[in-house]
Design a protein around this ligand. Structure first.
Ligand code: EPZ
Length: 430
């Protein structure tokens, strides 16, 4: 199994280009088959989750023409509305977005019920509530969600909880329903806005995305478009925090600074300097990091996908900090791994109480999920000695060329595939 091996102690210095947003791209790819015309999508991140969804879409009949690692032409004219029970679907949670797109286009869809993942149960009750409100019969049978409607009719839908996935899935189905739909208590993440802009570029009529009330007037058909995905604010935040943890000086390029406000605010609070440019943000960490309190919240609050990275930073800050996870019920699995690197963290229910230590010590750790895996790499770069991270396939789900981008900033990190390669790295850096 591939591993990352890291020799800690190098401050990260220089510039790094941020890729397209994985969570915007997954939704937009699913929506691209809602027209029978050809859709061109640019600035796709070249990561496992994207490639897995493209493979699944090809299996249901989408014509996929990969122009290069970041650009794809898709034609959904031959997509079947048949039950989608393919191996490739099981690999990727976001295949549940095909429910909203196939239901919107064909008024019928059946997709494997996504498994839970390592950050907690991932229910779909709000997605199902929305589809039923639009007039679909929805049932769970043989481990799949099946939705069908004679015709979809707009409705007023209130989401009991802010849900990115439910907001996006309902938006897709409603964009081809008859009449008006209002989604109240909608998610406001940048990728929800990107998705609405994408659908509108195909001829949909969606207003209010980015606020908590989204208004949609259904249309009969959607048409071709060419669209470029927004930059990934979580990848950007991850590199900004890596700069802070290693006392570096890093400029993240090709970002939208507005999407990074909560992340920037926390870096300022703990004593980093942050300079915002038009499409870049520079982080300089020359002073010791200070403690603070963080609670994850829906956008524009502090993002849950930055929670493990925040805990790693606070783990080597002075004083005691708290990190409260309010979105997912099981997003502290990395704490045991970080403790093996010398962290002093106590988790009580959904709060991590963190007592800062001087530095992390290198160790062999396991990535429990995508963002926690990236956070453990940050700890390894900030720590003393050699860190080996197992299960890096999680990290590759959402970070394009993670080790290459980090090496470009001066990190001593390599992806190894054998004990022999590991020894070679140890010898090289010793
Ligand atoms: C999206 O997941 C992202 N994934 C997650 O990123 C991200 O952490 C999350 O939004 C929150 O920002 C993708 O976009 C592919 P939710 P999603 O529905 O849509 C509960 C990453 O690292 N809920 O906003 O599944 C749910 O249990 C991943 O890139 C219901 O109760 O998240 C959670 O507590 C990890 N019923 C809360 O809402 C539902 O029907 C927010 O979940 C749906 C959700």
């Amino acid at each position: 199994m591939e591993q990352y091996v890291i020799k800690g102690g190098n401050p990260l210095v220089g510039e790094v280009e941020i890729s397209g947003a994985k969570n915007a791209a997954l939704a937009i790819l699913a929506a691209s088959i809602m027209t029978d015309e050809t859709v061109t999508i640019e600035n796709l991140p070249n990561v496992r989750d994207i490639n897995a969804l493209l493979e699944a879409m090809e299996e249901i009949g989408a014509r996929i023409d990969r122009l290069d690692a970041h650009t794809v032409k898709i034609n959904g004219a031959f997509v079947k509305d048949v039950p989608v029970d393919y191996e490739s679907m099981k690999k990727i949670r976001a295949s549940y977005y095909l429910l909203g797109s196939l239901l919107g286009k064909y008024k019928r869809a059946e997709v494997i019920l996504p498994g839970g993942c390592n950050i907690g149960s991932r229910p779909m009750d709000l997605h199902i509530k929305g589809f039923r409100a639009l007039g679909a019969n929805v049932e769970i049978r043989n481990g799949a969600v099946a939705a069908e409607a004679k015709h979809l009719k707009g409705n007023h839908i209130y989401l009991d909880k802010v849900s990115v996935g439910a907001t996006i899935n309902i938006m897709m189905a409603a964009s081809m329903a008859e009449g008006k739909t209002t989604i109240e208590n909608a998610a406001k993440e940048p990728h929800v806005v990107d998705m609405a802009n994408f659908l509108n570029s195909m001829g949909a009529n969606i207003r209010g995305a980015g606020t908590d009330v989204i208004r949609i007037v259904g249309v009969e058909k959607l048409h071709r478009t060419e669209y470029s995905i927004i930059p990934d604010q979580i990848e950007a935040g991850t590199f900004m925090f890596a700069a802070a943890a290693t006392k570096g000086d890093v400029t993240v390029k090709n970002v939208i600074p507005k999407h990074l406000e909560a992340t920037t605010a926390k870096l300022l609070e703990i004593g980093c300097e942050v300079e915002e440019l038009d499409d870049a943000v520079r982080v300089v960490a020359s002073k010791p990091l200070k403690n603070t309190q963080v609670t994850t919240l829906p956008y524009p609050g502090f993002p849950t996908d930055m929670q493990p990275q925040m805990a790693v930073l606070l783990g080597i800050a002075t004083g005691t900090s708290t990190v409260t996870e309010s979105i997912f019920e099981n997003r502290f699995k990395y704490v045991d791994e970080l403790t093996r690197m010398g962290a002093a963290i106590k988790v009580e229910s959904n709060i991590a109480i963190i007592t800062g230590v001087k530095h992390y010590m290198g160790a062999r750790v396991c990535a429990p999920d995508l963002r926690a895996g990236a956070a453990l790499v940050i700890a390894g770069m900030a720590g003393d000695g050699i860190t080996v991270v197992d299960d890096i396939h999680y990290i590759q789900r959402g970070y394009e060329d993670f080790e290459g981008k980090l090496r470009g900033l001066g990190a001593q990190i390599e992806r190894v595939n054998s004990e022999k390669e590991l020894q070679k790295f140890r010898f090289k850096v010793s």
